[in-house]
Design a protein around this ligand. Structure first.
Ligand code: DWN
Ligand code: SAH
Ligand code: ZN
Length: 419
């Protein structure tokens, strides 16, 4: 049975040394406990309430490689399967983002030698929003492609879009198990490297298939932005790792990989796009200098900062509970992302607090949010619903939402700050 008692589950428990780093095997230190949480993307029917799985959502950092990571997590097959409910294509902004990335790859990485057929692999291809630009009837159709996607629900949509999919988890694939897979010119992973507990397995396979002069483009939310915005809703079971530039440098160097360049991007609440290559950075190079300086400026004293951050998140939860308590009149939700699971369960917001949440994903509509059991209803009814107070769970899509809802007079409530 779900528990909705504010504060009950968000008790502070710090300083434990009972977890081994998934990257470098050092002892990790806990800096945040977000209590019992359900599987974040597991939107469920009423009949499924009684069998719902909960786990303890605790967040650690590693004092050696500085990688932040969750403690215990459910089995991968309980998370990424035929019922997986996040579809990249639900956001127009993200759809354009991935189209732009395909164009960037075309411009920068089309081989000079017309005889060489370029090869691209995507890890976490989801519904094919990105790789569809490389399917046969498209201008980039001459690229040889493979998308790795273990979640059957989204893989099906990718295949319907003409994308070649391998449903084996990337790190488990035995190359050349999928035929004599050639060396890969470009590997793309967006919001996926941080999802795979066997980080070393991923890196091992990347080393195996990446061409000597190939590039691995990896995008993921940036820990620095998460801290700045108090975006504690980014903590949930799917997000196993929370990366800083420093931790990325240390992890990659274990595999003789390095960050050739990086870009700060706006997606998913503030992310970094890393361009990673074989070898070691040129420590005398100007770019390496900039990257090191960035990590030193933003990521100094990570231990102190993370412990303090853990405390501040607890305060933030209390503030959010008070803010919601003081709202006059009913509240409805906008968007039902995985992040809503962490917020509603950490703050104790059930349907008594947020009556329902409007969303565009067909497989979520008619179901209930994990743990907090708020009904998810079709976005089609949103405009007719005159409720003034709207909790914007998809704050990371604010620009897109505000464009869509321009002119609608609402009191928008966002859970993050410093936007
Ligand atoms: O890392 C991850 C990112 C890439 O996507 C995954 N672990 C899971 C997922 O995170 P999320 O669920 O927090 O994603 P979003 O993109 O913040 O939320 C998507 C949800 O919002 C979907 O259910 C669709 C819905 N939506 C909507 O109802 N109206 C989205 C948009 C843009 C809208 O206008
Ligand atoms: N790249 C997309 C999807 C991100 S969600 C985007 O940025 O929108 C994470 C995706 O990674 C899910 O579709 C999930 O099924 C997939 N995934 C999870 N574990 C994986 C693994 N071990 N190998 C490959 N893909 C994986
Ligand atoms: Zn470590």
């Amino acid at each position: 049975m779900a528990m909705w008692f504010p504060g009950d589950k968000a008790t502070l428990c710090k300083g434990g040394h009972d977890m081994i780093c998934r990257v470098c095997k050092a002892k990790c230190v806990q800096f945040l406990d977000l209590g019992k949480q359900p599987i974040a993307n597991n939107f469920l029917t009423k009949a499924q309430f009684k069998d719902e799985l909960f786990y303890d959502l605790t967040i650690y950092y590693c004092p050696e490689c500085l990688t932040c990571q969750v403690g215990k997590i459910p089995k991968m097959s309980e998370v990424f399967n035929d019922g997986y409910s996040f579809y990249t294509g639900t956001s127009e902004y993200m759809t354009r983002h991935f189209e732009d990335l395909a164009l960037l790859i075309k411009d920068r990485y089309t081989p000079a030698d017309p005889e060489h057929r370029p090869v691209i692999v995507e890890i976490g291809a989801n519904d094919g929003t990105f790789l569809q630009h490389f399917s046969q009837d498209r201008p980039l159709g001459h690229w040889l492609t493979m998308g790795f996607e273990p979640s059957g629900s989204v893989a099906k949509v990718a295949k319907e879009r003409g994308v070649r999919i391998c449903e084996t988890p990337f790190e488990k694939c035995e190359f050349p198990g999928i035929g004599n897979w050639p060396k890969t010119d470009v590997i793309v992973s967006a919001n996926t490297f941080a999802h795979i507990p066997d980080r070393l397995g991923v890196l091992k396979n990347i080393k195996k298939i990446l061409a000597a002069d190939g590039v691995w483009i990896n995008e993921e939310p940036y820990l620095g932005k998460l801290i700045e915005r108090f975006a504690f809703d980014q903590f949930y079971n799917e997000h196993v790792f929370y990366t800083s530039i420093t931790s990325m440098i240390r992890t990659l160097s274990m595999f003789d990989l390095y960050i050739d360049s990086l870009e700060f991007i706006e997606t998913h609440g503030g992310s970094i796009r890393y361009f990673i290559k074989h070898g070691a950075e040129d420590t005398g190079g100007s770019l390496a200098y900039v990257i090191r300086s960035l990590s030193l400026t933003f990521e100094m004293y990570p231990e102190d900062r993370l412990m303090t951050f853990g405390d501040l998140v607890q305060t933030r939860i209390t503030t959010l509970q008070n803010e919601i308590r003081n709202v006059r009149g009913p509240i409805i939700g906008y968007g039902a992302p995985a992040k809503m699971s962490t917020i509603t369960n950490a703050c104790g917001f059930g349907p008594d607090v947020i009556k329902k949440v409007y969303d565009t994903t067909p497989s979520k509509i008619g179901k209930f949010s994990p743990g907090s059991h708020i009904p998810v209803v079709s976005y089609d009814g949103f405009k007719k619903d005159r409720t003034k107070n709207v909790f914007l769970f998809i704050w990371n899509h604010k620009e897109e939402v505000m464009k869509k809802e321009a002119g609608s007079k609402r009191n928008w409530i966002t859970p993050v700050i410093n936007m």
